[in-house]
Design a protein around this ligand. Structure first.
Ligand code: HAS
Ligand code: CU
Length: 584
């Protein structure tokens, strides 16, 4: 692999830019490699629900459904997403501001996550740690698993100081000006992730690592679960917010329009920062030890966290409509069909949005305690997260890769037709899969269950009523396999593809010139891409108020403590001590 140099730059600047591109490319390559392995295993689980047990044929590589499921979840949910996010949220702000990021920290971030990933792979493939992506104790994996996870989590926090440093340097040159949008969004995302990381960070360092290393004998599972969900809920926004960065700040340009409101984008990110943290225990509606009052409060908080996504739906929907009408689209849906659907990057992201409408609706069902008691621990839940992180996020990252790999390498996107096919296959496969998963969940089919291991007669007796939805799950899984192969060919083909004559720029969008905001070019450095969007402070009191990210973070920290002190109190005053289990 090689990277292109910007023309007309001095040698040190060109070297620095090339180093940034190379590093960003490594983040993409590791992220997508994780996805390839993780996604290749997914269909085995879909076939499991369809009644076909593939695992006996896969020994010695995979011993059980649970081992496969652990590898699938860890690689897709953590490794794929973290590498892409920790790359994008440094690279895009640096380019937007026209400044160089702190490369030492960025490489340290990569190195920690890479070593952590290798440790996790070792622990998972040797079947010592088939403890699923939630790694709930008292299930006990090998020290490599927990130490690897610790490195990955702490490594993933390092983009925060890099972004804050970039922002501070930029602001020092332009006192009183608002942070440009991409940098604002990236900083808000990472501040959210810092507070989120306190939960899993504490669980790993205080409970799991010493326990796995034999320094302690027992562990408190309820405290561990609650700490896990402290992080486990906001992590879903750590997956979603980088996708939103692309939807708000890049996609409007890719479809030939503008973002209709810069301050609304900022408001969305500020609200996601504040609301994501205190609601984690909505994953524990059916756990013991929570008062009825708290469950009720959690419902209200959960419905609040859906609000910024509803704002996003309208703001992005209008931005797409604006572009569609500029492109000649007429009538109720003509603007939608007029979007550049042949562009695989655009198709990936708009299809991701369409899917997310259903993912969001399902989330609101889950967030309603009474309804959650019906769907919790059934296949409905994996149905939900495959159309949120598995599509809204994953397809957006694919869409970003389709322009970004050419941008970084100076090589042509390999087979745009196959790229488009991979996107549609993913969309169709995931839609069928998720329909089947939600539907069979309503029939009471449990999630995380090796149902195909059962004798045929027992499988039929228990799940016969869910025959059709379970068949859909298997069919969707097989289509997703084809999507993954197509994606893999395009990704690798592009890395080694033909050279481009002209460089691919970063598609930074401009904000619509409404009453509240207007667009100005900022941070244009010779030889770098023209940069992003900024709302004029005088014209947008909202954008100006939201500039106080430190204050918002403090507010979030206080709200999080207010939520978690009463939740932890009964657990801390009634501690339990469990020994480790190995049930696989
Ligand atoms: Fe969730 C469980 C509630 C969003 C991921 N969620 C999970 C798990 C995962 C996950 C991985 O309250 C399972 C974890 C496990 O292993 O147990 N979720 C919500 C709510 C939202 C939500 C209220 N989830 C997400 C996102 C995820 C994600 C995002 C990943 C990226 N979820 C829950 C709850 C549980 C749960 C409970 C626990 C359940 C249980 O029993 O265990 C909200 O944030 C959703 C808001 C979203 C919307 C949609 C807005 C639509 C947009 C697209 C617009 C379209 C356009 C196109 C512009 C309201 C932005 C326009 C074109 C046209 C033609 C119209
Ligand atoms: Cu959640």
């Amino acid at each position: 692999m090689s990277v292109t140099l910007d023309r007309g730059m001095s040698l040190p600047a060109a070297d620095a830019a090339a180093a940034e591109r190379r590093t960003m490319l490594w983040f993409l390559v590791w992220g997508f490699s994780a996805l390839m392995i993780g996604a290749a295993i997914g269909p085995l689980q879909a076939l499991n629900y369809g009644g076909f047990n593939a695992y006996p044929y896969l020994r010695p590589v995979l011993q059980s459904y649970y081992q496969g499921l652990t590898i699938h979840g860890v690689l897709n949910a953590y490794i794929f997403t973290f590498f892409i996010t920790c790359g994008l949220l440094v690279y895009l702000p640096a380019r937007e501001l026209g400044l160089s990021p702190n490369m030492t920290l960025w490489r340290l971030c990569f190195g920690m996550m890479a070593i952590g990933t290798l440790m996790l792979l070792y622990a998972m493939f040797d079947n010592s740690s088939s403890i699923l992506w939630t790694f709930y104790p008292p299930l006990k994996g090998s020290p490599f698993f927990y130490l690897g996870m610790t490195l990955v989590v702490f490594g993933s926090l390092l983009p925060l100081p890099i972004i804050l440093d970039l922002r501070a340097r930029w602001k020092a040159q332009r006192p009183g000006e608002l942070t440009p949008l991409v940098t604002y969004m990236s900083a808000a995302t990472m501040l959210m992730w810092l507070l989120a990381g306190v939960g899993a960070g504490t669980e790993l360092v205080v409970q799991l690592d010493p326990w796995a290393l034999g320094l302690t004998d027992t562990i408190d599972p309820m405290i561990a679960r609650t700490l896990f969900w402290w992080t486990g809920h906001p992590i879903v926004y750590f997956w979603l917010m980088p996708a939103y960065v692309s939807w708000y700040a890049l996609l409007p340009k890719q479809v030939g329009g503008k973002l209709v409101s810069d301050p609304m984008a900022r408001l969305t990110f500020a609200l996601l920062l504040v609301f994501s943290l205190p609601v984690g225990s909505h994953h524990q509606f059916t756990d013991p030890g929570f008062s009825q009052i708290w469950r009720g409060i959690l419902v209200a908080l959960t419905l609040s966290v859906a609000l910024p996504s509803l704002i996003t739906a309208f703001t992005i929907g209008l931005s797409l409509e604006y572009a569609g009408r500029l492109r000649g689209g007429r009538g109720w849906i003509g603007w939608f069909t007029a979007l550049p659907w042949r562009n695989a990057s655009v198709a990936a992201q708009v299809l991701a949005m369409l899917t997310f409408i259903f993912g969001g609706a399902g989330g609101i069902v889950n967030g309603s305690w009474q309804l959650d008691t019906l769907v919790h621990n059934t296949t409905w839940i994996p149905g939900h997260f495959h159309i949120t992180v598995g599509t809204a996020t994953a397809m957006t990252f694919m869409g970003v890769a389709f322009w970004m790999v050419p941008h970084l390498t100076g090589r042509k996107l390999f087979s745009p037709g196959l790229a488009l096919a991979s996107v549609w296959l993913w969309f169709v496969g995931m839609s069928i899969f998720a329909l089947g998963m939600h539907w069979s969940g309503l029939h009471g089919v449990p999630r995380r269950a090796w149902v195909s291991y059962l004798p045929q007669s027992v499988y039929e007796r228990l799940y016969g009523s869910a025959h059709l939805p379970l068949a859909l799950v298997a069919v969707g899984g097989v289509i997703l396999w084809l999507a993954t192969i197509a994606l893999y060919v395009v990704f690798v083909g592009t890395l080694f593809g033909r050279r481009l004559a002209t460089p691919v720029p970063i598609p930074f969008a401009q904000a619509f010139g409404g009453r509240e905001s207007y667009a100005v070019g900022v941070g244009e450095t010779p030889g770098r891409e023209p940069a992003g969007i900024v709302a004029h402070p005088q014209l947008s009191p909202l954008a100006k108020a939201l500039e106080h990210l430190g204050l918002l973070t403090l507010l979030t920290a206080v709200a999080t403590l207010a939520a978690y002190i009463p939740i932890f109190w009964p657990f801390v005053t009634h501690m339990t001590a469990a020994h480790g289990w190995k049930v696989w």
